[in-house]
Design a protein around this ligand. Structure first.
Ligand code: S3P
Length: 432
């Protein structure tokens, strides 16, 4: 059963101050780190949402202790080589990040076997991209191209792997396996992608060296760290950046947003299009540090002009590219996104679902093999859109509704719970 919700134009604009919800990527990584450590890790501001709850269940199934007090999560780890073989299949539900990261840890659990599966969307998401590099490290992965699949834990050896596409999930998987391997492991990225795993490893005392596009990790135990504080999620904050930019008369402040440069491509793209977004983002190419800096974003409505997003910018804004399409519909001139074929293997084929969805709302948008081209018409008529079970599409539809002339009905709004359970409540607060 899906839920439908209507989002009408906000005549007085969006107003108010809100805290960005906790970062999904950092939360997944913190839970896995906690499980792989010896001792207890407290996670402050853990994202309590469907995707990251799946990670807590997974690490529980692997033997870690998990205590919950709202967004305060305490994990009692099993140690780097101590994952228990679970009684059944590990269900990652809708989480591609869990699907890709966890096998890196499991591949080195000698003599134990793990089968991973998930929902219908997960069963369409390729896992050869992790199976191939893990096999190069000696891993035994029983898999076709798609889940379910089984990891047979064995002794691993280090390797150097040049990733054909920039993917932080694949990079993180290899770096996790690298901790258990004998010898160094190096990942070469075609473009920089989010570096939360590297930062967290640094905090846990692991030697991680980034030299240009090469990231090298040495086999290591994880130092016990007491606490990880999860910053606000730039990908969730991006919905308010877009909404406050597009809805006339808006003034919105989003506090506690992670300012890591590898996550903030969208703010830079929006600024380039003319958006008024104040707030300090880490400079591009900044050296690796152990924690994500945090910032406050202050957004006021502004007129936009089109831009071109090329392949090197894509990984820095991968989950926000649907919002670039939305901004493009309101901008003067053409907005082009290229080199983003990865969008085709997200929770949905996001080139097809974003182009189809926005077209139905009145946008002039065309799909290309690796992105889209939007011709701005100064606004959107409105209408109906389906989330297709994809959280980011559900929230895109809602924001489109606020900025449209006649409102938007979103079928499947409940998908927002995957990453942002308080989304509609926050929206109602800003729109009144
Ligand atoms: C993520 C990396 C990205 C992103 C996903 C989360 C992560 O995927 O789309 O939502 O936490 O590492 P890819 O690295 O596969 O592009």
């Amino acid at each position: 059963m899906t839920l439908a919700a209507r989002f009408d134009p906000a005549p007085r604009g969006l107003q108010g101050v809100l805290a960005a919800p906790a970062d999904k990527s950092v939360s997944h990584r913190a839970a896995i780190l906690g499980a792989a450590c010896e001792g207890t890790l407290e996670i402050t501001n853990y994202l309590r949402a469907a995707d990251t709850d799946a990670t807590l269940d997974a690490v529980r199934a692997l033997g870690a202790g998990v205590e919950l007090d709202g967004s305060e999560v305490t994990i009692c780890g099993v140690g780097l080589r101590g994952a228990r073989e679970p009684a059944g299949v590990i269900d990652v539900r809708n989480s591609g990040t869990l699907l890709r990261l966890l096998p890196g840890w499991l591949a080195g659990q000698e003599g134990r076997h793990f089968t991973l599966d998930g929902d219908d969307s997960i069963r369409r998401r390729p896992i050869d991209r992790i199976a191939e590099p893990l096999r190069a490290m000696g891993a035994q992965i029983e898999a076709d191209r798609l889940p379910p699949f089984t990891v047979h834990g064995v002794a691993l050896h280090g390797a150097t792997y040049a990733m054909p596409v920039a993917s932080a999930q694949v990079k993180s998987c290899i770096l996790l396996a690298g901790l258990l391997a004998d010898g160094e492991t190096t990942v070469i990225e075609p473009q920089p992608s989010r570096d939360h795993t590297e930062r967290m490893w640094l905090r846990a005392g692991v030697t991680v060296i980034r030299k240009g596009s090469r990231i090298t990790v040495s086999p290591s135990s994880l130092a016990s760290i007491d606490r990880v504080v999860v910053p606000g999620d730039p990908s969730s904050a991006a919905f308010w950046v877009a909404a406050a930019t597009l809805v006339a008369g808006s003034h919105v402040i989003v506090e506690g947003v992670g300012a890591n440069w590898t996550r903030n491509g969208f703010v830079q793209i929006a600024r380039r299009m003319g958006a008024s977004v104040a707030g300090e983002i880490e400079a591009a190419g900044s050296p690796l540090i152990a924690d994500d800096p945090v910032t406050t974003l202050e957004i006021r409505a502004a007129g936009l002009h089109g831009t071109t997003v090329e392949a090197d910018e894509v990984p820095l804004a991968i989950d926000e590219l649907p919002l670039v399409a939305l901004l493009g519909a309101f901008a003067e001139g053409e907005t082009v996104v290229r080199g983003a074929q990865e969008l085709r293997v997200k929770e949905t084929d996001r080139i097809a679902t974003v182009v189809g969805g926005l077209e139905a709302l009145g946008a002039q948008i065309e799909a290309t093999a690796d992105g889209f081209v939007v011709t701005g018409t100064g606004g959107l008529r409105g209408g109906a859109i389906s989330s297709h079970g994809d959280h980011r599409l559900a929230m895109l539809g809602a924001i489109a509704g606020l900025a449209s002339r006649h409102g938007v009905e979103v079928d499947g709004i409940e998908a927002a719970h995957v990453s942002y359970p308080a989304f509609t409540a926050d929206l109602a607060r800003l729109a009144t």
